[in-house]
Structure formats: C-alpha cells, structure tokens
Design a binder for this molecule. Structure first.
Ligand code: HEM
Length: 496
C-alpha cells in the first residue's frame, strides 16, 4: 500500500476510494486473477461479491480499472460526450484482427466511418432487412427439418452461417449461402476469434512479445486472421463485380444520351445502396477513394461482430426457453394472439413491435447469460461520479455487465429467470446490453429485428426442449459469453 501511495500519488489516492484488493508492486492484482483467461472471469466476479457487490477497482500491471455495476455511474461514463476512447489493452487485443475499424479506432477515422455507416442502421432501412431474415429462415428450416424430434441440433453450427448470410445479403449486397456449408473455413476461423481476443486481453504472458510469437497460439491467431481477412477480400471483390455490371448495363442502356454516370450511381446508392457500397464509393476530404485495406478492416469487423453476437443471443434465448417450458408456452401464447390462426405467416416489423413478452424473454436471457460481458473506456480526463468519487485520468472505466446483471438492488432475486421484471420500468442504465451514448452499438436495431423475427419463426414452427444429459452447455465468460460445447437442443415440429 505504501509503495503505491508513494509511487503513484494522486492516481492512487483517487483509485483507493473504491473498494478492491491491495495491489502488489509490478503485478498489481494480476496474480490473483491467474493466467487462465476463462478462470479469471470467475475470480473477478468473486472479487466483486467479496467487496459488497459495488463498483470495485483493480490494477493489472500498469493498468488501473474501475469496474462499474452501479446504474447511475454506468450512465455517467456511457453518456459522456468526449470520453469515448477504448482501453488500450482491449484495442491491442482486437487490432490484429480488425485494424482501425469503427470499433477499434479513435478520432477522425472513427467519426467519419461511424457517420458513413449510421444511415444503414436507421429505422427506415429495417423494413427491407426483415424480408431477408424471413427468407433465410426458410432455408434454416429446411436444415432443421432433417433432424427428427429425438436428435440434437447444435444451434451455433447453423445459426452462425444463417446470421452471416443475412448480414452479407443486407449489408454487403452479396448473396452467400454458408448455411449449405457449415464447415466453411470462415466459420471455423471466426469461431475462434472471441477465444483468442479474450486470451490476448487477459493472458499477460502474451505481452512478452518474443515468447508469444514463438508459440503455437500465435500461429493459430495469424492463421485465423488470414482466413477472416481473405473472406472480406472475397466479399469486396464479389460486390465490385456486381457494381461493375450495374454500371455497364446503365451505360449500355443510355448509349446515345449524354448522362452523368456518377449521378446515376449516386442515386442508386441513396435508394437502397448497401453499407459496402457506401464504403466503396466514399471519398476522403481530398477526394481520394477509400483503399481496399481500409474497407477490409470494416467488413471484417462487421461480418464478425454482427453474426457472432446475434447468434449467441438467439441460441442462449432458445436454450432458456427449452429450460423453462412454461415461459416458452407464454411466448407461444403471445405469438398466437398476434398471428391468430395464421401461425405459418412470417412477421412484419409492426408485428415484431407487438412482441413485448418475447422482447422481455430475450432481455432476461441476455441478463442471465450476458452476450457482451465487459466494455470499457480509457479516460482522457478525471471523471467524477454522482457520489463525488473520481476515476482518475489514464485509468480505464469498465461496465462490468456480468456483475451488473446480478446486482440484487437492481434485479431482485437475480438467480431467478423471470422475464416479467423487464415488463416494469427500470433505471435507464440498469440494462444497456448494447451500450449507450455516442459509442453505442451501431447495429442494435438490426440485431433486434433479426433476433425477434428469427426466434418468432423458430418457436411457431418447433417446440424446443433440452438435449439429453451430458450435453448441457459449458458457458465461459469471454468478451462474449459462449458455450464451449455449443447449444444442443431438440426441435419438435408443431402441428396446427
Ligand atoms: C445481440 C447482438 C449485439 C450485442 C449484444 C451488441 C453489443 C455491442 C456493444 C455492447 C457495443 C459497444 C461496445 C463499447 O461501447 O465498447 C457494440 C458496438 C458495436 N456493435 Fe454491436 N452488438 C450486437 C449486434 C451488432 C450487430 C448486428 C452489428 C452490425 C451488423 C453490430 C455492430 C457494432 C459496431 C460496428 C460497434 C462499434 C461501434 C463504435 O465503436 O462506434 N453489433 N455492440
């Protein structure tokens, strides 16, 4: 304690106002968390419990964290207009995969990309996307129908390509069919990303560069990166081909007319151009086109994050519904009241808006199996919380979702699966799984449409139940919670 007081003065003075274990010189609290990234998540949660289930501090090497579980304080950091930088260590873990993408960059690159992409995720563009979701559900059902009611379906295996195909079609303007190829190299490689990023983040030995570069884990990481980047290269060239043929056709149809092709292309883009088109046609302030390397970073991020988080949430919600059949029945009742006798009909966005109970069930599933487990900001300046305590400049403030969702003052009886709690109003920052403020999840509306429509379609068609003993999911709290052995459920076709 003395050592730190002397060494770090002001910063420690501020940090020490938050409860936490006494850090050791050099290691901080690192040794307590251990070297196994999957285990350290449990230890962190235990630390939070030990210190009275409130905001805690933690030091890891030269990094200091304040882990927030108080809704007011979570609001203070997420709503801040200028504290929008990600923690350095988080970015170091992510950047080998995603370069300076919108999720890993700061300053002008972040601002301009965010602005460029935002219109693709507006309310108005969602109408078109639900048609894609519904269409791909039919393909999914063709696969599910091949399983009889007693065999297990491993959900990640099919929902990942399903969500990926939807994303590629609606955001990239390229129709893919990975659902027909669930062993595709992209799926294998992207299935490892969360594990590797989490290990990069929490396994301190990886910072010893020469040790890491000689390890088999490094080779695995580099192979994974190569595969997912190659996939983006393929998407970009497929879309360029499609665009070129559109341009060629337009030119041929207007051979004898004096036209401004750029203008025609631009009008095409404004009416239904996809996100990838926006990147391809974007120009920097000095008129230069965006390079393929930069486009690749954005596509690699979007393809990964967009399909992985939604798949996890859909799968985990279906698992909860299989575990609690009475809640599944209530969801089905709500579906009946919305669709009347027409239970084969695919939902519209209006119908999705009526699915309040399903929405509550998805939220409660995220609460008990947190899709994203932690997010953070590295402070440029001191940040003052409501109670007057200060997080010092240079430290990282984290939203500790896993713990916040177990906070009994916010969620009474937190161990109970009770979707009804979301039907009542609650603190604005009690439950923000998509973050909030200027750096929130850009894809949250898209995610809601995809998740609600998919679960509605699946539940109307199948009764879901748990797999046999021995197949229970083994959840690990990485940056995204995932089950190491997948999600095994039985699907029984309903008769109407
Ligand atoms: C259940 C599904 C999803 C969850 C729980 C989720 C959660 C999050 C969270 C918590 C953040 C904020 C990270 C932070 O503040 O540090 C984030 C950022 C982001 N998400 Fe999502 N997300 C989901 C789906 C999607 C989808 C479908 C897309 C795109 C197709 C997407 C694209 C992004 C992007 C680009 C960012 C970075 C935004 C920025 O830094 O400005 N997400 N997401």
């Amino acid at each position: 304690h003395d050592y730190f007081t002397r060494k770090r003065g002001y910063r420690w003075e501020k940090l020490s106002e938050f409860p936490g274990d006494t850090p050791l010189p050099i290691f901080g609290n690192g040794l307590q968390l251990g070297f196994d990234a999957d285990e350290s998540a449990h230890k962190l949660l235990a630390m939070w419990e030990k210190h009275g289930k409130q905001n805690i501090r933690l030091s890891l090497g030269s990094e200091d964290w304040i882990l927030l579980t108080d809704p007011d304080d979570i609001g203070t950091i997420l709503n801040h207009s200028t504290e929008i930088s990600k923690p350095l260590e988080r970015n170091m873990a992510m950047k080998p995969f995603f370069g300076n993408s919108v999720s890993t960059s700061e300053g002008e690159r972040w601002r301009s990309t965010r602005k460029l992409m935002a219109p693709c995720f507006n309310f108005n563009t969602l109408e078109a996307k639900i048609d894609d979701v519904n269409k791909y559900c039919d393909r999914l059902f063709e696969v599910f129908d091949t399983y009889d009611e007693n065999s297990h379906v491993e959900l990640y295996r099919y929902l990942r390509p399903f969500m990926y195909d939807i994303l590629c079609t609606s955001l990239m303007g390229v129709e893919t069919n990975l659902l027909a190829d669930p062993d595709h190299p992209y799926l294998k490689a992207s299935g490892k990303v969360i594990k590797i990023v989490t290990y990069n983040y929490f396994s301190y030995w990886r910072n010893i560069r020469f040790l890491f570069t000689m390890s088999s884990q490094y080779t695995e990481m580099m192979d994974t990166i190569k595969t997912i980047k190659q996939n983006s290269t393929n998407i970009i060239s497929a879309r360029r081909k499609i665009l070129n043929s559109i341009i060629e056709k337009t030119r041929n149809n207007n051979k004898n007319i004096d036209i401004d092709l750029e203008e025609i292309i631009e009008s095409k883009l404004n009416n239904g151009g996809c996100l990838l088109d926006k990147l391809i046609f974007s120009k920097s302030s000095n008129g230069e086109s965006t390079s393929d390397d930069i486009i690749n970073e954005e596509i690699t991020l979007l393809c990964f994050t967009g399909h992985y988080t939604t798949t996890a949430t859909i799968s985990h919600t279906l698992y909860c519904l299989a575990k609690y059949p009475e809640i599944q029945n209530r969801v089905l009742e709500e579906q009946r009241s919305i669709f009347n006798k027409n239970m084969h009909k695919k939902p519209t966005t209006q119908e999705l808006n009526q699915m309040k109970y399903l929405e509550a069930v998805i939220k409660e599933s995220i609460r008990v199996i947190p899709t994203v487990t932690k997010i953070g900001r590295q402070l440029q300046n001191d940040l003052r919380f409501k109670d007057g305590r200060v997080a010092p400049a240079g430290s990282s403030v984290l939203v500790f979702y896993e713990a916040a969702y177990k906070n009994p003052t916010v969620f009474p009886e937190p161990e109970k699966f009770n979707p009804d709690r979301f039907l009542d109003s609650m603190h604005t920052f009690a439950f923000v799984p998509f973050s909030a403020g200027p750096r929130n999840c850009i894809g949250f509306r898209f995610a809601w449409v995809a998740m609600k429509a998919t679960i509605s379609n699946i539940l109307k068609r199948y009764e879901v139940s748990l797999g046999d003993a021995g197949t229970e999911p083994q959840f690990v709290s990485r940056l995204v919670t995932e089950s190491k052995n997948g999600i095994h459920l039985k699907l029984k076709k309903r008769t109407y």
